[in-house]
Design a protein around this ligand. Structure first.
Ligand SMILES: O=C(O)CCC(=O)C(=O)O
Ligand SMILES: [Fe+2]
Length: 322
């Protein structure tokens, strides 16, 4: 356990509340920070993020999680009404599931239209739940703004021409918000895996949680490290798509959730991803003959997702090699 803690010290935590977001893009400070963000994404595949009121208005975090608790307390028949034929969406929560400690709802493109969060909250509460509806929409939009900021920092961190900003902007043209509850393990085990090790099928993932920690990342040296997500803060995780786009330079970190026997855990994740028809193609600036030969041939997100559904661990491999 001690070892986990000391390794965890190495996962960088950026404080965007010290004017990070207000930093003028292109300024020297911005360039400096972008380099550090890029290095963290190469070395660890994730980093922690602190934010102040200017980014996520005060109280929205708390509001979101208070309502999420009420959501998961609704009767099973009500929760089951949230259906979506696309894999990983909809409501997942029955005890026969291969991951019985994890109960979740997935919703696509929550922020694009006011009708989407409203349809969801009206389905769960026929009398409506405007506060939750607003909190869901605000958090998703803010978290996607942070994703775009990080994507722009990555472009800057590699010193790529400005035109790549529109490339990375497309990496967040779709999104999927996931509301998760992790139950307390029933056995006597101190720790139980509630979400098995995986990499994300997104370009970039941003997550927050309510008080209880549990997310662990696998270091490049093969050690599991417990993350300490700051209160009202976030963790940013590189997904498979940015790994491919960056020619394998950014690390799509393997992560899992371990639950201890004490308290339920609630988390909220936003997965930024391209539209299905979008091509993922490595910028020529990130390819050279000697150290960085081209590692992934161009593919589109829909093709990748198709492979991910049948074999998540090998999906990116399909496009590896030329
Ligand atoms: O709940 C968490 O902290 C992690 C969730 C996660 O990794 C996922 O949904 O892909
Ligand atoms: Fe994940």
């Amino acid at each position: 356990m001690k070892e986990m803690k000391s390794e965890n010290m190495k996962i960088p935590c950026f404080d965007f509340s010290e004017g990070g977001v207000a930093l003028e893009e292109g300024s020297e400070e911005w360039k400096e920070r972008s380099k550090k963000v890029r290095e963290a994404c190469e070395m660890h595949g994730c980093f922690l993020l602190m934010c102040d009121d200017g980014i996520v208005p005060k109280g929205v975090h708390e509001e979101l999680f208070n309502h999420m608790k009420q959501l998961f307390d609704l009767p099973e028949e009500t929760k089951k009404q949230h259906i979506n034929p696309k894999p990983y969406r909809g409501y997942n929560g029955n005890d026969d599931s291969p991951i019985p400690l994890c109960e979740s709802f997935g919703i696509d493109d929550l922020h694009l239209s006011a009708a989407t969060p409203q349809a969801f909250t009206n389905l769960m509460w026929p009398q409506g739940n405007p506060h939750f509806c607003e909190a869901l929409k605000t958090m998703t939009s803010k978290m996607l703004e942070l994703c775009f900021l990080v994507l722009k920092m990555i472009v800057e961190g590699y010193g790529l021409p400005h035109r790549y900003i529109s490339d990375v902007e497309k990496m967040k043209s779709s999104s999927y918000s996931r509301l998760i509850k992790y139950k307390i393990p029933k056995g006597n085990n101190n720790f139980e895996t509630a979400l098995p090790p995986h990499t994300d099928n997104s370009a970039l993932t941003i997550l927050c949680q309510h008080q209880v920690q549990g997310l662990q990342v696998l270091s490049k040296t093969g050690k599991w490290m417990q993350l300490e997500i700051p209160q009202d803060g976030f963790v940013v995780i590189i997904g498979d798509i940015l790994k491919a786009w960056s020619n394998g330079r950014l690390h799509a970190v393997t992560h899992r959730v371990e639950m201890s026997g004490e308290k339920e855990r609630y988390s909220f994740g936003v997965f930024a991803m391209p539209k299905e028809e979008m091509d993922i193609e490595v910028p020529s600036e990130l390819v050279d003959d000697k150290i960085h030969p081209l590692r992934y041939r161009p593919f589109n997100y829909g093709e990748y997702f198709y492979h991910f559904v049948s074999n998540p661990r090998e999906a990116l491999q399909v496009f590896a090699g030329i």
